[in-house]
Design a protein around this ligand. Structure first.
Ligand code: ADP
Ligand code: MG
Length: 763
């Protein structure tokens, strides 16, 4: 059985304008050991014949048999396999990879040699054989035509295939070198089928075993010149054992990786551009992921109340007011640690803008919403200490504020919480800038802040403070939200300062107050309802002051006294709370009890419910009803879809941008295919090239992550991402790489090698 036989092969070229006969009715059979010289006039169909034999071009008529197997049903993948197994091609117009060095071009054809050293050694041998030792590391683009052809010959020799096809291989070499190369070809292909197309038969006459002349697409004559070499017995392909298959898969991967690296480094400028695109892609995904970040919050637990370990929210079934006495009773009966009147602020969240100097000279300020809390423990690893007095505050801030507040020591000594100046005694920083900042106060501080917040800012109320003289005459009526008061005990004077800095000393207006340590404040509390009417209540607040009510410390939390700017002594927060709570006494319909832990809270809540109270542990979750749950699901799905869409858009954009890079590689890919490098290896190579291009993008994202974690400036401007979001970014990048590479491969491998080569040559 002949190695290769052609039966009635015909090839017709059809273009828009005309139809040309390439070859027609060719009947030839070839065997191992033959050296066939193909001659004929220009345009007679010699190249067409070689292209058909090599599987680089299709044929329309007849049948080509390889080792007896018909090939007319072959599709591109089968032709790829055919070329890989059988054919080496030496081109008329070189077709070497211009961006690769001579060594790389030759090593490309030596992929079947596993050992790197052996591969290199063999490549060097072949390069020496074609006389290019001095040009090993020269790029293809820097070689002369003759040198290119020698490289191609070395490459063709490198591949150990049974058929070597050469189309005018010596067309660009001088006659002496031509003879050398022809005999070299002959020497290394003694056991192979060597078909050489030439217009100069003399050059090959010494070695050729057969002479085929083509005329007008058909065989004119077919002469045997001398006996062909005896080819060694051909060993049939044995089924590959599993181990060998695994080994093959591994070497395919390894060769692909090496190829990917070589493609990447061969064209540095294009690769840099590719890296740049991938960075854009990665940062795009980074940003869209941080936008998507909010979606995770949708599935956080829905607590009905702010959950504080051990907290139970308490109210009466009847909706009546909970008095302090009653609460104190409950605390002792049910074993609570403490209680909080007017606790709904815990749930509303008391957000205070705190003002922090943003730069060294304090000319700029940042405002951040801070959740005012108490009773929290941030651990031991803190700067400064926890607050001990009501006017002291401990800050729990995003790392973005580290420069302004202090790295190792506190730089910031005072902040304004709401309206009140507070002394900063400690701070701790966190990196997750999705979390709220917190202002930790003492319990007293918190009560003063919440009570005064309630007094000052509840829109449904307007509260007046009326200063009366000893005889009950009203001297002044000032809305509380517009005022601050202070007491100056040593001189028994009451200062009432309004926000407009219009100060007056009560003791001067209220003659009776002089030398009295007892002050009457009439507080008129007007509560409007939604329908226009309302109720007005007056409280007479009488207090005999003792020294304990007075503090020497200027900073204090109460907005009532926050704007104090005089030299007087300020009332204690305890007193401020007392005043506020006396005003609010009739609105305490709800309170919170604090137990040791949630278990104790649940046990107590049950007992309280049995006793007829509404008692809800604060870890009770609020179940979403069907509609809400659906809405939540929908927003999650929509956000996810938006994220995916953003990725696909980026992928599309990057694919589009890389198309240009691609067309530059198109020719190279076609050459690799024509060399019979397995498509798998080329594909893997392209994936690897993309992976390498991904490295800078990964570094950029990692750097961004690191900066967000450690650098205040970045923490301020970029959203902190969680592990699962970085996983999303990784998935996104892989999707993007896959999509881009996939569309490249589709474009590259969709057509025959001949067509691609032409396209590539046009570059
Ligand atoms: P040779 O190599 O002997 O010079 P070719 O095989 O290149 O000849 O060409 C044989 C015939 O086929 C010529 O008439 C040529 O014009 C035609 N031909 C070759 N390639 C193409 C093509 N891609 N499209 C159209 N006609 C072609
Ligand atoms: Mg030709």
């Amino acid at each position: 059985m002949a190695l290769l036989s052609l039966r009635d092969i015909g090839k017709i070229y059809v273009s828009d304008t005309n139809v040309a006969v390439g070859i027609r009715g060719i009947n030839l059979a070839f065997d191992r050991g033959e050296f066939v010289a193909v001659t004929g006039k220009s345009g007679s169909g010699k190249s067409t014949l070689l292209n058909v034999i090599s599987g680089m071009d299709t044929y329309e008529e007849g049948e080509l048999f390889i080792e007896g197997e018909p090939t007319s049903h072959y599709l591109q993948p089968e032709w790829e396999a055919y070329r890989e197994k059988y054919v080496s091609f030496i081109f008329q117009d070189y077709n070497i990879i211009e961006s690769f060095t001579v060594l790389q071009n030759v090593e490309l054809a030596l992929m079947h040699i596993e050992d790197k050293r052996a591969r290199r050694q063999r490549a060097m041998e072949l390069i020496e054989r074609v006389g290019l030792s001095s040009h090993v590391h020269h790029k293809g683009s820097k070689l002369s035509g003759g040198q290119k052809q020698r490289t191609v010959i070395a490459r063709a020799l490198a591949k150990d295939s049974p058929i070597i096809l050469a189309d005018e291989p010596t067309g660009n070499l001088d006659s002496a070198t031509s003879r050398e190369i022809i005999s070299l070809l002959r020497e290394v292909s003694k056991d192979k089928l060597l078909i050489v197309v030439t217009h100069n038969f003399d050059q090959v006459a010494e070695c050729a075993t057969r002479h085929v002349r083509i005329f007008d697409g058909a065989v004119e004559f077919d002469h045997r010149l001398r006996a062909a070499e005896d080819a060694p017995a051909h060993t049939e392909n044995q089924p590959t054992p599993k181990k060998a298959q695994q080994k093959r898969a591994f070497s395919t991967l390894k060769n692909g990786a090496i190829l990917g690296r070589d493609i990447f480094t061969a064209r540095p400028r294009l690769s840099v551009f590719l890296c740049f695109l991938m960075i854009i892609g990665a940062m795009g995904i980074f940003l869209s992921t941080s936008l998507f970040g909010g979606a995770g919050n949708l599935f956080k637990k829905n607590y009905m109340f702010t959950h504080i370990e051990g907290r139970v929210v308490l109210a009466k079934q009847s909706g009546e007011i909970l008095t302090d006495e009653e609460l104190k009773n409950i605390v002792s009966t049910y074993g609570a640690a403490s209680y909080l009147h007017y606790d709904s602020l815990l749930d509303k969240g008391l957000y205070q803008g705190i003002t922090i100097p943003a730069d060294e000279d304090e000319s700029a300020y940042r405002y951040i919403d801070t959740r005012v809390v108490y009773g929290k423990d941030y651990g031991k690893d803190i700067i400064g200490r926890y607050p001990e007095k009501s006017g002291e505050v401990f800050l729990y801030l995003p790392i973005a504020y580290r420069d302004a507040v202090g790295k190792k020591e506190l730089k910031l000594s005072e902040i304004v919480v709401g309206d009140a100046a507070c002394k900063v005694v400690g701070v701790k920083y966190f990196v997750d800038n999705n979390l709220p900042a917190e202002c930790l106060l003492t319990e007293t501080g918190f009560r003063a802040a919440t009570a005064c917040e309630f007094l000052s800012y509840d829109a449904q109320r307007s509260i007046f403070l009326t200063v009366t003289d000893g005889d009950g005459n009203t001297l002044r009526e000032i809305p509380i939200s517009d005022l601050s008061i202070s007491f100056d005990m040593p001189s028994d004077k009451v200062y009432v300062n309004s926000n407009s800095y219009h100060n007056f000393i009560a003791s001067e207006d209220a003659k009776g107050a002089e030398h009295h340590s007892e002050i009457d404040l009439t507080i008129v509390y007007h509560k409007y309802n939604f329908y226009g009417g309302g109720e007005t209540k007056s409280f007479i607040y009488s207090k005999e002051f003792t020294d304990e009510d007075i503090t020497d410390e200027k900073p204090t939390l109460s907005p009532l006294i926050a704007l104090y700017r005089g030299d007087g002594t300020v009332i204690s927060d305890e007193l401020a709370i007392e005043i506020a709570e006396s005003v609010l006494a009739d609105s305490y319909k709800q309170a919170s009890l604090f137990f040791e832990n949630d278990r104790a809270a649940h046990a107590a809540a049950e007992r309280l419910q049995d006793a007829g109270y509404i008692a809800v542990p604060s870890d009770t979750t609020h179940e979403l009803d069907g509609e809400e749950a659906m809405l939540q699901m929908l927003s999650f799905v929509l956000l996810g879809a938006a994220w995916l869409l953003a990725i696909l858009f980026l992928a599309f954009f990057i694919s589009l941008c890389t198309a240009r890079i691609l067309s530059a590689f198109k020719g190279d890919m076609a050459i690799m295919r024509s060399m019979g490098i397995p498509v798998k290896v080329i594909r893997i190579g392209m994936y690897f090239r993309m992976m390498i291009a991904l490295i800078p993008a990964v570094i950029v994202v990692a750097l961004a992550a690191l900066l967000i974690f450690t650098t205040p400036k970045f923490n301020l401007y970029f959203t902190y991402l969680y592990g699962f979001q970085y996983a999303l970014i990784a998935i996104g990048m892989l999707l993007l790489t896959a999509k881009t590479t996939h569309s490249q491969i589709k474009r590259l491998f969709g057509e025959s090698v001949k067509k691609s080569l032409k396209g590539g040559a046009e570059q």
